[in-house]
Design a protein around this ligand. Sequence first.
Ligand SMILES: Cc1nc(NNC(=O)[C@H](CC2CCCC2)CN(O)CO)c(F)c(N2CCN3CCOC[C@@H]3C2)n1
Ligand code: NI
Length: 184
Amino acid sequence: MILMKDIVRDGDPVLRKVAAPVAFPLNKEDHQLAKDMMGYLINSQDPEIAQKHQLRAGVGLAAPQVGRSIKMAAVLVPDNDGNIVLQEILCNPVITRESVRPAALAEGEGCLSVDEDVPGYVVRHDRITIRYQDINGDKKILRLKDYPAIVCQHEIDHLNGHLFYDHIDKKHPFNIDPDAVIVK
Ligand SMILES: Cc1nc(NNC(=O)[C@H](CC2CCCC2)CN(O)CO)c(F)c(N2CCN3CCOC[C@@H]3C2)n1
Ligand code: NI
């Protein structure tokens, strides 16, 4: 079971590396890691388990955040009614298309690897197309918009050594293109 003590924090160089592609079939260790990362998200979204183990809630988790510099991330995204809209292990994900139109979470973003709050709009793309391989190595395409698109951009950033606050305008953190979608 992954716990907060296993999450690497900002300042550790692993968070700024470009992670290595994963080869298929996944070795036993990486297959188990994928399961454990999804397990963390499931546990963290259960109030009782999260409380018991002091887990910060998460809708995504990238392998570099647990010290493994490989291109693998887990996403578990519910809608506002709590229905799961995206549950996937993204291996070797590449954003192949991205809208000009920007989007940002109204509340800003946080990160399990960044202990302090960094206020401001994290400017991302409203719509993206992702090509990736699932845990079995099958090639998949995802076309996403708004909240799930933002979550996946946050995770794919981790695989390329970027953190959310890299996208906040330091001087005017709450300035954003008037055309931007502000996602509640
Ligand atoms: C938006 C949000 N970010 C939460 N945390 N941060 C994270 O997930 C980081 C990744 C997200 C930060 C912004 C985009 C991606 C983790 N990251 O660092 C991985 O790289 C949440 F926990 C959360 N939700 C809403 C859904 N709710 C369902 C019931 O359980 C509680 C849960 C709370 N929404
Ligand atoms: Ni993060």
